[in-house]
Write a protein that binds this ligand. Structure first.
Ligand SMILES: Nc1ncnc2c1ncn2[C@@H]1O[C@H](COP(=O)(O)OP(=O)(O)OP(=O)(O)O)[C@@H](O)[C@H]1O
Ligand SMILES: [Mg+2]
Length: 247
């Protein structure tokens, strides 16, 4: 089983969008995939119009969780109904506060790939996630702050995992919000490739308004606009990522 966190300690880099469309692409490629919304903002849950379900926070606080089969081969666990601050407090009070999430999530068996959509903050939930996952997917938007944010994210993950004695691999860095018309996009992308070489996926996700629209319509980009640049990019990225997973 592959356990992949879509993470970046920088807001708005396309984590949720990537988690949603990557998970659906994998499912369409016949891989049994579970998507877990680990962000209290609940954007992934919202994108699939999942309201009032028992999700991750309830799993941690009262051991209750609803798993929805939302598309063929695609399952979803929402962020949950319980107050996220209660979850943070609960976790912080545990004698080994980094473990509970991994223990709770270990019940999900019979799934090939688990994708976790993370919040951009450094919090107890995210450090719990590092105890569970084995791979990180880092979306980097084409702006200077995101580029620097990527370095920081990788540094933090490195430090925390070596402290924990965990082996977490970088599945790859995904360039997002690539704007073909601007020089800055090209510059940031070449800078990213210089720094991280083959870790950067060949496919970059272009800016595409249909991606935003798809989420408003509770659809993935493959359902909403299958011939759009967004669908093309997410499909090709997902194929690349799957090749890395199968290696
Ligand atoms: N390629 C794209 N083209 C156009 N809009 C996009 C693209 N990718 C994402 N968006 C939009 O940009 C916004 C931010 O994306 P998203 O929510 O995926 O980022 P995030 O990293 O999950 O944010 P947060 O850090 O708040 O969790 C959303 O409104 C989303 O619909
Ligand atoms: Mg998000």
């Amino acid at each position: 089983m592959h356990k992949i966190a879509v993470t970046a300690f920088k807001g708005g880099t396309g984590k949720t969008t990537t988690a949603i469309n990557f998970a659906h692409a994998l499912a369409m490629m016949g891989r049994k995939t579970l998507l877990i919304d680990c962000d209290a903002q609940g954007s992934t849950s919202l994108a699939f119009d999942l309201n009032g379900a028992q999700g991750l926070s309830d799993l941690l606080l009262c051991d209750k969780v609803d798993i929805y089969n939302i598309r063929p081969d695609l399952y979803l666990v929402g962020s949950g109904k319980s107050d996220i601050y209660m979850v943070e407090r609960y976790l912080a009070q545990q004698p080994e506060s980094e473990y509970p999430l991994a223990m709770a999530l270990n019940r999900f068996t019979g799934i090939e790939i688990i994708i976790l959509d993370c919040s951009p903050s450094i919090n107890v939930i995210n450090s719990n996630i590092l105890y569970y996952i084995d791979k990180v997917l880092l979306p980097v938007s084409m702006d200077y702050f995101a580029l620097e944010g990527a370095a920081l994210t990788l540094k933090i993950i490195d430090e925390v995992t070596s402290e924990m004695g965990r082996d977490i691999k970088l599945l790859g860095i995904l360039p997002t919000f690539f704007d073909v018309r601007t020089r800055i996009s090209k510059k940031i992308l070449s800078n990213l490739k210089e720094r991280y070489d083959e870790k950067v996926f060949t496919t970059a996700i272009r800016v595409n308004t249909q991606i935003k629209e798809s989420q408003m319509n509770n659809k993935t980009i493959f359902e909403y606009a299958p011939y759009s640049n967004g669908a093309y990019d997410y499909y090709h990225f997902s194929k690349e990522a799957l090749e890395r997973l199968d290696r």
